[in-house]
Design a binder for this molecule. Structure first.
Ligand code: HXC
Length: 264
C-alpha cells in the first residue's frame, strides 16, 4: 500500500529484505514505512523494545511483513543477531539502512570524554559494525545496498555538536570506502545527509524542544523542512534499479550556506 504521494509503483522493490537500524522511530521508521509500502519485507532494530513493538504493529497494519530485534548497534553479537534474524525469517538480506544515532547538545568544554566516545560509538562504530556483520548476507544477495544516514551538521560547523560532526563526517568517509571496496561484490553503498527533518527526535533535540520549523525553512533552498517520507523516498530510489550506477554518493539537502551564496 504505497502512500498516495509516492511517484513509485507499489511493487517496485517487491521481495527485497531490508534491515533498518533505528527503525522504531523518527527517520528510521519513515524509511521502514516507505520501503515496506513499496514491497520490502522489513526488519527494524533499536534498543527500546516497546518502540519496536509499536512500530511493527503500525507497519503490519499497512500490510508490511515485518520483524524486530531489540539490540545495540555497538555490540557485535547484536549486529550478527539481527542479520541472522532477517535471513532466517525472510531468507536473505538485500538492504541495510543505518539510521540509528545518538545525540545531545553539549558545549565542547563541558563534554566528557565518555560523552564524546558514546556518540562516536553509536554513530560511527555502529555503522561499521552493522556493515561488516551484514556483508556476507549482502554479498550473497547479489545486489546488496547499504544506505548510511549522516547529517549536514559537519559540512561547516554546528554549535555544541563536536561529537556528532566528528561521527557524521567519518560516516561519509566509510560510505565512500565501502562503496570502493565492496562494489566488487555487487554491493552499492550510498549516504543520505538529511538536514532538518520534521517530527524527529534529532530535530527536537537540536532545537532545544522548540518548534522552529518556519525559521529553519527560510534557510533551505526548497523552502520547507524535510519529512521522514522525503528521506524514505530517497532511500527507495537508492534501492531501485534506477540507482544501479550510483555508489559512493551522498545525497545532501543543501542548507543555508547554499542560499546565502545566491547573487543579488
Ligand atoms: C551532556 C551527556 C548528555 C547530555 C549523555 N551524556 N547525555 N552529556 N549532555 N544531554 C553523557 C553522559 O553523561 C555520559 O558521560 C555519556 O554521555 C554516556 O551517556 P549514557 O546515557 O550512559 O549513554 P547511552 O545510554 O548510551 O545514551 C546515549 C545517548 C542517548 C546518545 C546519550 O541520548 C540516546 O541514545 N538517545 C536516543 C537516540 C537519539 O538521540 N536520537 C537522535 C539522533 S539525532 P559521563 O562522562 O557522565 O559518563 C542525530 C542528528 C540528526 O543523530 C541531525 C538533525 C538536524
Amino acid at each position: 500500500m504505497a502512500d498516495v504521494n509516492s511517484p513509485f509503483k507499489a511493487n517496485v522493490i517487491a521481495g527485497r529484505v531490508v534491515l533498518v537500524t533505528g527503525g522504531g522511530s523518527g527517520i528510521g521508521f519513515g524509511i521502514a514505512k516507505t520501503l515496506g509500502d513499496h514491497g520490502a519485507k522489513v526488519v527494524i532494530m533499536g534498543r527500546r523494545e516497546q518502540f519496536l513493538q509499536d512500530a511493527c504493529a503500525k507497519l503490519e497494519q499497512r500490510g508490511i511483513e515485518t520483524a524486530y530485534y531489540a539490540g545495540d548497534v555497538r555490540k557485535e553479537e547484536d549486529a550478527k543477531g539481527v542479520v541472522d534474524l532477517a535471513v532466517s525469517k525472510f531468507g536473505r538480506l538485500g538492504t541495510l539502512v543505518n539510521s540509528a544515532a545518538g545525540n545531545f547538545l553539549a558545549p565542547a568544554e563541558e563534554m566528557s570524554l565518555n560523552a564524546f566516545r558514546t556518540v562516536l560509538e553509536i554513530d560511527l562504530f555502529g555503522v561499521f559494525n552493522m556493515c561488516r556483520c551484514a556483508f556476507p548476507a549482502l554479498k550473497e544477495s547479489g545486489n546488496g545496498v547499504i544506505i548510511n544516514i549522516s547529517a549536514t551538521l559537519h559540512y561547516s560547523a554546528t554549535w555544541y555538536q563536536t561529537h556528532a560532526t566528528a561521527a557524521k563526517s567519518a560516516i561519509d568517509s566509510v560510505t565512500r570506502q565501502l562503496a570502493l571496496e565492496w562494489g566488487t561484490y555487487g554491493i552499492r553503498v550510498n549516504g543520505i545527509a538529511p538536514g532538518p527533518i520534521a517530527d524527529t527526535p534529532g530535530l527536537t533535540k537540536l532545537s532545544g524542544g522548540r518548534n522552529e520549523n518556519e525559521k529553519i525553512a527560510a534557510g533551505i533552498p526548497i523552502g520547507r523542512v524535510g519529512t521522514t517520507q522525503d528521506i524514505g523516498l530517497t532511500s527507495l530510489f537508492l534501492c531501485t534499479e534506477a540507482a544501479s550506477f550510483i555508489s559512493g554518493d551522498i545525497v545532501v539537502r543543501l542548507g543555508k550556506e547554499a542560499k546565502k551564496a545566491k547573487k543579488a
